[in-house]
Write a protein that binds this ligand. Structure first.
Ligand code: GLV
Ligand code: MN
Ligand code: MN
Length: 416
């Protein structure tokens, strides 16, 4: 671990690359859309591959489309340290969610190269395929494949145009039959560390540029389908309606109440479809999504059970049929003491307070916990905003986080 607190990474180069990558998939309104297996995601990976080569890394793409840049070590067969994030985005997202972790890791390895640093273990930067889940209603496709947890059912999931994950893979030159080749064996990875924007307000409220993550909240994603009866809005008395949207609104009210009651859980209905959708027609059919999370799995499951119970009662009372489907369900993922300690020491060596906080957002590391110790470093987000074109972290804060990542990687790649 270097003793000096002087910044060693190149903040200008990092900022330039972040700005260049942000142009791919950007709309006139400033939002970024790079869905998985699209030409935008491909262009982003090609640009990152060129940065990886500039950093002296050996570049390859695995069977899941994960882009990997490797830096060799003194001991070539030693388990590799992985660092990375993703370059796909949500619809109309921001510039930093994902790219900071990928480009920060490239910057850290390029700094090692320029400083002639040799490490005991190889270090790899990974840009994971489809972390966000914006296209197929479940995310972390690349990290699931890395962990051997991507199933044929996952590959059969379809986007809104009826294109399955397997078909999308084929269209982008990947062979889903070979997905197993992306799986890493236990023991081949020493640790995984991800630099990411916080996407919340905790660091900002404490006036801190960087934090060390203790664990990642577990998301449950569900789809609710409510079927009532479409009927004339002018002639159907209020007591004779089977209004699917009115029932959905009542269920959403319960979601808000049950999540808020705990003080820690968060519940969001972010997608809503209704039909027929006429101004003078009672809605006969509604579907909406639920994203429910908590850092404590029992609390989340308890909230979910209460919502389900209330939803069943509300729909029954209104003569509306209720269907529910689980889209993805992950347990919370604790961060390892190995990575947390290394990141805390790296903060101190960089002259920063080693403040710890939990992650409300999901991240690829959640799938790697069975494979290796994981950890994360957060960078302050302006106004806590993310999944929004206004998402912003300053050049100085991105550089501070990348410096911490650099020092964390040195410790993980060379420590005992
Ligand atoms: C990804 O950003 C998620 O937490 O949904
Ligand atoms: Mn992300
Ligand atoms: Mn995100």
């Amino acid at each position: 671990m270097p003793a000096s607190s002087a910044t060693q990474i190149d903040a200008d180069r990092l900022w330039y690359r972040l700005s260049e990558l942000a142009e791919i998939g950007k709309s006139e309104g400033g939002g970024v859309t790079r869905l998985s297996f699209t030409k935008e995601e491909r262009a982003a990976k090609e640009l990152v591959a060129s940065y990886m080569r500039e950093a002296g890394l050996r570049v390859r793409e695995d069977a899941a489309g994960n882009l990997i840049g490797r830096r060799e070590a003194r001991v070539e067969e030693a388990p590799a340290v992985l660092a990375g994030s993703h370059v796909d985005s949500v619809r109309n997202g921001g510039d930093f969610d994902g790219p900071l972790g990928v480009l920060g890791a490239v910057e850290a390895l390029q700094t090692m190269d320029e400083r002639g640093v040799q490490t005991q273990r190889p270090v790899e930067v990974v840009a994971f395929t489809d972390e966000e889940g914006a296209r197929f209603s479940f995310g972390m496709i690349g990290s699931r494949a890395t962990a051997g947890a991507l199933t044929p059912e996952h590959l059969a999931n379809e986007d809104e145009n009826g294109v399955s994950v397997a078909e999308a893979m084929r269209a982008s030159g990947l062979d889903p039959e070979h997905i197993g080749e992306a799986t890493r064996v236990r023991g081949s990875v020493y640790a995984y560390v991800e630099l990411h924007i916080e996407q919340g307000r905790i660091l900002e409220s404490r006036d801190l540029p960087v934090g060390v993550v203790t664990g990642i909240a577990g998301p449950a994603w569900l789809k609710f389908t409510l079927t009532g009866e479409a009927a004339h809005a002018g002639t159907t008395p209020m007591n004779l309606r089977r209004d699917a949207l009115a029932a959905a609104a009542a269920v959403m009210g319960r979601i808000e109440r049950e999540a808020a009651r705990t003080g820690t859980s968060v519940g969001t209905a972010g997608q809503l479809d209704l039909s027929p959708g006429g101004i003078n027609i009672i809605p006969g059919h509604v579907s909406f999504s639920l994203d429910l999370r908590d850092i404590d799995e029992d609390v989340r499951n308890d909230v979910e059970a209460r919502i389900m119970h209330e939803a069943a009662l509300l729909c029954e009372k209104r003569g509306v049929e209720l269907g529910t489907k689980t889209l993805q369900r992950l347990p919370p993922a604790p961060c390892s003491s190995l990575v947390r300690n290394a990141a805390r020491e790296a903060c101190e060596a960089s002259g920063l307070v080693p403040f710890e906080l939990a992650s409300g957002a999901g991240h690829d590391g959640m799938h790697l916990t069975e494979l290796c110790p994981i950890g994360m470093i957060f960078v302050r987000s302006k106004d806590g905003l993310s999944h929004n074109p206004a998402e912003y972290s300053s050049k100085e804060d991105c550089a501070a986080g990348t410096e911490v990542l650099y020092r964390t990687l040195l410790e993980l790649a060379d420590g005992d």
